[in-house]
Design a protein around this ligand. Structure first.
Ligand SMILES: Cc1cc2nc3c(=O)[nH]c(=O)nc-3n(C[C@H](O)[C@H](O)[C@H](O)COP(=O)(O)OP(=O)(O)OC[C@H]3O[C@@H](n4cnc5c(N)ncnc54)[C@H](O)[C@@H]3O)c2cc1C
Length: 496
């Protein structure tokens, strides 16, 4: 257990030192000329300018490290850049966009094992395996993320309580270290690096190939039970009681409700269909059956929807939409839905985040033990109303702990809250979110470094604990002795 009371894997400090070879003599074919580019986070609330490279192969990754060392620059890895914060930003340094390394290298439809490059997106992955009756075991709420980015953050899905994080399904990966060394890691081979590079936020090494086990399925449909809950207690009880019986469970929360209605919303509990339950799996597993429709009500192109949503993304509009959605959700019903529609609800409206306007949004996700969640989130939701800064979207999930080095999950629940950022509210919002951090820490909670934008190094120390940070830094000295791999997130949570 670390100081934060979180279970940690047993660590082997100094095996396999032979991979610490230097890459000084590699000839560089990439240069810093004309590559300085401004990039943003997913929420468009943070930005930074960097020297941008898209390495198509391992040699160019090594060259980028050589170039960085020569020019006294740092390197940050970026998948699709869909982290809500600065995890994939590097002001003034080099940014390696990994999306050109996007080949599926091997696929075995008998065993469900797939080997892929890190820039392969979840979309590419599910579209490759679904026609053969398999599905990625853990996915994010958008299919646009890359495998490398998902393992850098060690993502969870709506099935975290049952399937764990994506990292738990990785059989093996290869990586390049900033030293130029190439390593292969599996749970029992370089195990300390396996459990640290996965979750390591791209700060220890670069995934270059990933072998991962898919989940066998018997239909392209999933069965969903949708039912309302009238307050936060009912919501958390439903997640707690529903989790053991269902493959997936998620709550949508009306963040604008006050008083006795705080935390009201709707639960979606979903299950895989057993073999034989779908009369035509050949059809439902086809990609044309899974495609999300391009229009709303068969008329409005989805590509323009975010423009139409924009006038409603304010306190009054969010209240009206949340209230209408809650009223519409009062009918309990069961239905079958395609996997893509259930898993990637947020991809229904492309570029929806642009509807938040010029200054974007911040997502604040906190993870709390079962015992403190109700009281803590009630306090936080009430506080957001007192500040006059209600969240416009809230999502709850049920979790279980995992054994990766930088872990966000625990035996409890998470609540993700989206906040609109404006020039006028930015400072106040930041103050409120830092207040949230203290409330969450006092309640024994944890944070997720793919989401929150305000977490300070003091908060990180209290949340991860001294032992975990020491282990991380010891490993970093081994894999990255010159501290080449850094990001804006790294500087924010580990340095100041
Ligand atoms: C709409 C939406 C819904 C989401 N839903 C969920 C959800 O349900 N569950 C969840 O857990 N997260 C969720 N997220 C967060 C998202 O899954 C993570 O931020 C994920 O890391 C993004 O993947 P990416 O490819 O865009 O990576 P980036 O954001 O580009 O990078 C993420 C991290 O991975 C590192 N990295 C990138 N490539 C490599 C590599 N090759 N080797 C080593 N490290 C690398 C980066 O340095 C960075 O630290 C969601 C995000 C969005 C926008």
């Amino acid at each position: 257990m670390d100081d934060a009371g979180h279970s940690a894997y047993s660590i082997n400090y100094f095996p396999a030192l032979e991979f610490l070879i230097e890459s000084e003599n590699i000839m560089s074919t990439i240069t810093l000329e004309n590559n300085f580019t401004k990039l943003e986070n997913f929420g468009h609330s943070m930005s930074a300018s960097s020297y941008l490279f898209c390495p198509p192969n391992e040699e160019q990754i090594k060259e980028a490290f050589t170039l960085a060392k020569k020019n006294d620059l740092t390197v940050t890895l970026r998948g699709t850049g869909l982290s809500y914060n600065d995890a994939a930003l590097n002001g003034g340094g080099i940014l390696l966009d990994m999306t050109s390394m996007n080949r599926i290298l091997e696929w075995n439809p008998e065993t469900g094992l797939v080997k892929a490059e890190p820039g392969v997106t979840l979309q590419q992955l599910w579209q490759h395996v679904l026609p053969d009756g398999w599905w990625p075991p853990v996915v994010s709420g958008t299919m646009m993320t890359t495998l490398g980015g998902c393992l850098g953050a060690n993502i969870h899905g709506k099935n975290n309580f049952k399937a764990g994080t994506l990292g738990e399904h990785v059989v093996e990966f290869t990586a390049i270290l900033p030293t130029g060394a190439q390593i292969t890691c599996a749970p029992k081979k370089n195990g300390d690096l396996f459990y640290a590079l996965i979750s390591g936020l791209g700060l220890l090494g670069v995934f270059t190939s990933i072998t991962i086990q898919m989940k066998k399925i018997y239909s392209g449909l999933i069965e969903v039970d949708a039912f309302p809950v009238h307050n936060l207690k009912e919501m958390l009880d439903a997640l707690e009681q529903g989790a053991p019986e269902n493959d997936y469970i998620v709550g949508w929360l009306d963040t604008t409700a006050r008083g006795k209605g705080v935390g009201r919303g709707q639960i979606h509990a979903a299950n895989y269909l057993p073999a034989g339950a779908d009369p035509n799996p050949g059809k439902t597993q086809r990609l044309d059956y899974q495609h999300l429709p391009a229009t709303l009500f068969l008329v409005i192109p989805k590509s323009i929807l975010h423009h139409l949503m924009r006038p409603f993304v304010n306190n009054l509009g969010a209240w009206a939409i949340n209230t209408a959605k809650y009223i519409a959700s009062l009918r309990k019903h069961t239905f079958r839905q395609s996997f893509a529609s259930f898993q990637f609800l947020l991809d229904y409206v492309p570029d929806w985040e642009l509807s938040y306007g010029r200054d974007g949004l911040i997502q604040y996700q906190s993870f709390l033990p079962k015992e403190t969640a109700l009281e803590t989130w009630t306090k936080m939701l009430n506080l957001s109303h007192q500040y006059g800064l209600p969240s416009y979207l809230g999502v709850t999930k049920r979790h279980r702990p995992d054994v990766f080095l930088i872990s966000h999950a625990l035996d409890g629940f998470s609540l993700a809250l989206d906040f609109k950022v404006t020039r006028r509210n930015r400072q106040k919002l930041s103050q409120m979110l830092q207040e949230f951090d203290q409330i969450v820490l006092e309640a024994g909670g944890r944070f997720y470094f793919a989401k929150n934008s305000e977490t300070t190094s003091e908060t990180t120390l209290r949340f991860l604990g001294k032992d975990t940070i020491k282990r991380f830094k010891t490993l970093k000295k081994r894999t990255d002795p010159n501290n080449l791999l850094e990001s804006d997130l790294y500087k924010r949570i580990f340095e100041k």
